[in-house]
Design a binder for this molecule. Structure first.
Ligand SMILES: C[S@@+](CC[C@H](N)C(=O)[O-])C[C@H]1O[C@@H](n2cnc3c(N)ncnc32)[C@H](O)[C@@H]1O
Length: 216
């Protein structure tokens, strides 16, 4: 087996330079996030935007649920990939960042495709429990990830996808010295999904690691 490459910042830049280009408003969101200091780390990586775009296109996905929208980069990437009659339901509890996200969705002329719901995601998921989606993207508070996974799996059409961000937790999932509640929680989620016979799944080393589950 060939040696796997370690993705340095320089290589990540190179990959982004040679992948398709982001839209003007996606770039504006990134520029805005860059002004936020440490909060910027909340945003998905550019390679994850490209991945979400491609997987939506090749799987003919029309109806998406997002848990954790922040200022809207992943949501806008999803919406831009959806067909004209596609729909994204975007959940976040933060009023301020949701307002900013909506302003970017309007600017990108994607607002009609996106319904934003501003309240704790577990409440929203209970209200939406009878809806059906082709894909869910989970990227919110990590300690609730298992509940988000369990609630969303019931709402995903057969053959649909659940994509979960941060599953490698900065590499700490494999560091035996890391025993804090966040690392333990992500390890437990990864074990839970690996034992779950309702899905087939892979972990992709993009951004902070993403699990892609296909619902059987
Ligand atoms: C990592 S950020 C999401 C990043 C986003 N996907 C992007 O591409 O920029 C996590 C988001 O989850 C939201 N969040 C945290 N706890 C939440 C909860 N209990 N219910 C809903 N949203 C929550 C935060 O407000 C934050 O905007």
């Amino acid at each position: 087996m060939g040696k796997n490459i370690v993705i340095s910042e320089k290589i990540e830049k190179y990959i982004n330079n040679f992948s398709f280009k982001l839209s003007r408003v996606q770039k504006e969101i990134i520029d805005y996030n860059n002004t936020l200091g440490t909060e910027k780390r909340m945003q998905v990586a550019i390679s994850q935007c490209h991945f979400l775009h491609l997987i939506i296109k090749i799987s003919n996905i029309k109806n998406v649920l997002e848990i954790g929208t922040f200022t809207g980069l992943s949501a806008l990437s999803i919406a831009l990939a959806l067909p004209e009659d596609g729909k994204l339901t975007a959940l976040d509890k933060d009023k301020e960042t949701s307002k900013i996200a909506v302003s970017f969705f309007k600017k990108a002329k994607q607002y009609k495709k996106i319904q934003t719901i501003v309240k704790p995601a577990l409440d929203s998921l209970d209200e939406l429990k009878n809806q059906k989606y082709d894909m869910a993207f989970i990227d919110a508070d990590k300690l609730n990830y298992k509940e988000y996974y369990e609630k969303s799996i019931k709402m995903i059409n057969k053959g649909g996808l659940i994509i979960i961000d941060n599953v490698l937790w900065h590499g700490e999932v494999v560091d035996e010295d890391k025993m804090d509640k966040f690392t333990l929680n992500i390890r437990e989620l990864n074990e839970h999904i690996s034992r779950d016979e309702r899905v087939e799944q892979i972990i992709i080393p993009l951004g902070d690691g993403m699990t892609v589950c296909r619902v059987l």
